[in-house]
Each structure stands twice: as structure tokens, then as C-alpha cells.
Write a protein that binds this ligand. Structure first.
Ligand code: ADP
Length: 235
């Protein structure tokens, strides 16, 4: 019996036996992921810590359907991904996965509100509802007064808060974040991280957040370390 038939909510993210290798040059092969198992329950916030080059981005990209594993299975919000065509993968990514990068990647020619509205329109949300959702999210991160500003008119911390809103706009099941405050000075980083945690907790979504900052990692529900291609639980 699987989670769905048992009446339990499905895992937000479930990875089993994920492997990924890259060919480097003509001969050497780098085994980046050597059998990664990871289950995130709805509402669970998990830190991913790893030294540079350990394969953190590779893992986040596979979990976020931006890359495919060599072997293993992956499901998101109870939907098995293996074997899905590109169109279904894109829909699942748009609807169920929020991605936050170290750099905000907002569209420079659009306002803060428009950057949050656009992914919703792409997912078929009506313009009025999308505007309302953008307003609510900007309010949650304390940026109501900045809705009509373009990214260049915002500080680094503000840009990143808008990027959080954009990632959550379509109410995803899982949030994947790659060093979400790594580009900010330490004081701003702490404040912005606080905002992210409040947003994640109030949304009830599962989050996998890669960070080098062990103080921030210690504030999540558990901490995983990616080492030699495997995930180890360290707290
Ligand atoms: P991290 O995010 O932990 O710094 P990455 O996932 O970016 O690590 O990379 C893990 C390893 O895989 C590194 O040794 C990197 O050089 C290698 N790698 C990543 N992407 C590719 C690629 N497209 N082709 C070849 N090697 C790659």
C-alpha cells in the first residue's frame, strides 16, 4: 500500500537510489551522487550542508527536475517522475517546485509584483487572483511598498525577498534553495533568512535549503551532509 492509498499525505519529495556521474575529458568519470535517498514530509525544513564541489547543486537540480539522474527514482507530491515526458515534467516543476538561487534572477524589466505574477499566469491563474497572491506575498515579506519597483531599485536583501515570493507564488509542494542568502552581507543574510523561515513555516511546504552557514542550518528540523556522493544525517 502506498501513502496515497493509506490515506496519508504523500511525501513532498522522495528520492531513492539516485546516482549521477559526469564524464570529465576523455577518460575520467566523476561519480557525483552514488545512491542518494531522501524523503521530505510536508512541512519539513531540512538543511543540506556540503563542501563546495560535493554535488549539492547537482542534487538540487535533479530534485527540481532541471536535470535527470542516471539511475534511481524520484517522486514529487506523490507523483512519480521517472518516465514522464518533458511537458509533464515542466508542468510539475512549475506547479510543485519553488526554486531559490544565490542570486535573485528576477526579470529586470518587470516590477517586483509582476515578477511574482508572471509564473502564476504561466500556470493558468487568472490575472486578478495572481495580483492578489502577489500582494499577499509581498505583504508577508514586508515589501508591500515596493510592489511597483523594478529589481534595480531594490536592495540585495529586498531583491532576494521578492525572489522568495516568486518561488512560492504557485503554492509549490517543495521549495529547493541553493545558498539563498549566500550573496548577502552577514547582517542582511540573517534578517533575510529569518523572513524565509517565516514564509516557509507559514506556508507549510517542505524545504531543502543548502547552506554553508551551520548556525542557520541548526535552526532547521534536521541537517543532512552530502559526502562522497551519499547523504548522511548529522542532526
Ligand atoms: P556543489 O554544488 O556542491 O559545489 P556541483 O553539483 O556543482 O557541486 O558539482 C559536483 C561535481 O560535479 C564537481 O566536481 C563538478 O566539477 C562536477 N560537475 C558538475 N556539473 C558538471 C558537468 N555538467 N560536467 C562535468 N562535471 C560536472
Amino acid at each position: 500500500m502506498n501513502d496515497l492509498t493509506a490515506g496519508n499525505p504523500p511525501m513532498a519529495l522522495d528520492l531513492k537510489g539516485i546516482t549521477k556521474a559526469y564524464n570529465r575529458g576523455s577518460s575520467a568519470q566523476v561519480d557525483v551522487l552514488r545512491g542518494v535517498d531522501l524523503s521530505l514530509q510536508p512541512g519539513e525544513v531540512v538543511a543540506l550542508v556540503a563542501p563546495s564541489g560535493a554535488g549539492k547543486s547537482t542534487l538540487l537540480h535533479i530534485a527540481g527536475l532541471l536535470d535527470t539522474p542516471d539511475a534511481g527514482s524520484l517522486s514529487i507530491a506523490g507523483q512519480e517522475v521517472t518516465g514522464l515526458g518533458e511537458g509533464s515534467r515542466t508542468r510539475l516543476r512549475r506547479r510543485d517546485i519553488g526554486f531559490i538561487y544565490q542570486f535573485h534572477h528576477l526579470l529586470p524589466e518587470f516590477t517586483a509584483a509582476e515578477n511574482i505574477i508572471l509564473p502564476q499566469l504561466a500556470d493558468g491563474t487568472r490575472p486578478k487572483e495572481a495580483e492578489q497572491r502577489a500582494r499577499e506575498l509581498l505583504d508577508l515579506v514586508g515589501l508591500s511598498a515596493r510592489a511597483a519597483h523594478r529589481p534595480a531599485e531594490l536592495s540585495g536583501g529586498e531583491q532576494q525577498r521578492v525572489a522568495f515570493c516568486r518561488a512560492l507564488a504557485n503554492r509549490p509542494s517543495v521549495l529547493l534553495a541553493d545558498e539563498p542568502t549566500g550573496n548577502l552581507d552577514p547582517g542582511t543574510s540573517d534578517q533575510v533568512f529569518e523572513v524565509l523561515m517565516e514564509l516557509v513555516r507559514s506556508s507549510g511546504l517542505a524545504a531543502l535549503i543548502a547552506t554553508h552557514n551551520l548556525d542557520l542550518a541548526a535552526r532547521m528540523d534536521r541537517m543532512l551532509r552530502l559526502e562522497q556522493g551519499k547523504l548522511l544525517q548529522i542532526s
